[in-house]
Design a protein around this ligand. Structure first.
Ligand SMILES: Cc1ncc(COP(=O)(O)O)c(C=O)c1O
Length: 378
């Protein structure tokens, strides 16, 4: 059986007419850059998250960067984050001319290990960015406790965690600001690039609104040097349609996650995801850890089962960050996970038969190479 990693067509097909109508509406009103469709989405997304403000941006990277800029982070500052993330988290810090300072991840949740946070903080630390990796929130209470002791704001990288819950509260509403990506493959995906910052801080939201629009507080009056980081009108309209599908999609992802857990949970060579008791994971990515990961990936692909790797090289070992001076062994958990992570097909429209086929093939693959096992199940 062929199983794609992701099938966006299957997701769009049932709502195709609504999407076509939404795009037509934007064309009829020529509201392409920012405008009423973006404003409507901002209102709906803030309501969905349960916060006062959502500010639409051109991408998740823009959202992170503008949130940092609005907090006046700049040259000489340090921002603490994790090495197990997409490059954009660190890039946003670098684009403020600040320095990323990494903290290793927890071996079970794959999010920032709060026990290691305190020692990464220096007098130059100006923000902390935990990443809600794969759709599960970091341990925000523990992180906020450290941050509060030092008076440092926490910006959540919620780019993979639309609708995820931490102790009953939505991702993106737990710290000073939350940053979302609506890249097409996300749990809430646009039809192009888009992002948003969520916050309860009206002043911060206003600063971000100004920064995303060339620093202008009114047309052609520029109080700051900003950038063009607005959301497209078409993306706002599309996202407004797709937001209504988000909870249903997340529920189906969770059902697939449960089925994978049941089928793979007792295989000694495979480590399945751990959902912390206070969390509601939304499985943007369902990542297992397997020995001989690259071989397993190739074998599965040859059988028509397409998996991914998120991410093969942790950020501190990327060539671009060579100047930070980290090396092998700097963040052992992140490095071990990067060698073992295998992202299985995960999207709402997967069928039970497809999940079964993936699990069956994966099991036969890992048991064939059993003697080389390097994973230790917890
Ligand atoms: C954890 C994380 N942070 C930031 C981003 C950047 O978002 P975008 O691609 O919308 O710029 C992504 C997107 O993949 C992400 O997964």
């Amino acid at each position: 059986m062929k199983v794609p990693f992701l099938d966006l067509n299957a997701h769009h097909q049932p709502i195709r007419e609504q999407l076509d109508a939404a795009i037509r509406d934007v064309m009829d009103k020529s509201a392409f850059a920012g405008g009423p469709f973006v404003a409507a989405f901002e209102r709906e997304f803030a309501r969905y998250c349960g916060c006062h403000e959502a500010v639409g941006t051109g991408s998740g990277t823009d959202a992170l960067w503008l949130a940092l800029l609005a907090l006046d982070i700049g040259p000489g500052d340090e921002v603490v984050t994790v090495p197990s993330t997409f490059m954009a988290t660190a890039e946003a810090i670098s684009y403020c001319q600040a320095r990323p300072q990494f903290v290793d991840i927890d071996e079970q949740t794959y999010t920032m290990d709060p026990g290691l946070l305190e020692r990464a903080i220096t007098p130059r630390t100006r923000a902390i960015i935990p990443v809600h990796l794969f759709g599960q929130c970091a341990d925000m209470e523990a992180i906020l406790a450290v941050a509060d002791r030092h008076g440092i704001p926490v910006i959540e990288d919620a780019c993979q965690a639309h609708g995820a819950l931490y102790k009953g509260k939505k991702a993106g509403t737990l710290g000073t600001a939350g940053c979302f990506s609506f890249y097409p493959g996300k749990n809430l995906g646009a039809m192009g690039e888009a992002g948003a910052v969520t916050t309860n801080d009206k002043e911060l939201a206003e600063k971000i609104r100004i920064l995303r629009d060339h620093g202008q507080h009114e047309k052609y009056s520029h109080s700051r040097i900003g950038w063009n980081a607005r959301m497209d009108g078409i993306q706002g309209a599309v996202l407004n349609v797709k937001l209504k599908q988000l909870d249903g999609g997340n529920n189906r992802r969770r059902a697939h996650g449960l089925q994978y857990d049941k089928l793979l949970g007792d295989v000694p060579e495979i480590i399945t995801p751990f959902e912390a008791p206070h969390n509601r994971h939304v499985y943007h990515i369902y990542a297992v850890r397997v020995p001989e990961r690259d071989e397993v990936l190739k074998t599965l692909a040859a059988k028509g089962i397409h998996c991914g790797i998120h991410y093969p090289i942790p950020v501190h070992l990327q060539e671009a960050y060579g100047f930070l001076g980290y090396g092998d062994g700097s963040f052992p958990v992140a490095e071990r996970c990067a060698q073992e992570f295998l992202s299985l097909p995960m999207f709402p429209e997967l069928t039970r038969e497809q999940v079964l086929a993936v699990a069956t093939e994966l099991k036969s693959c890992v048991s064939a190479g059993k003697t080389h096992c390097i994973c230790v199940k917890q």
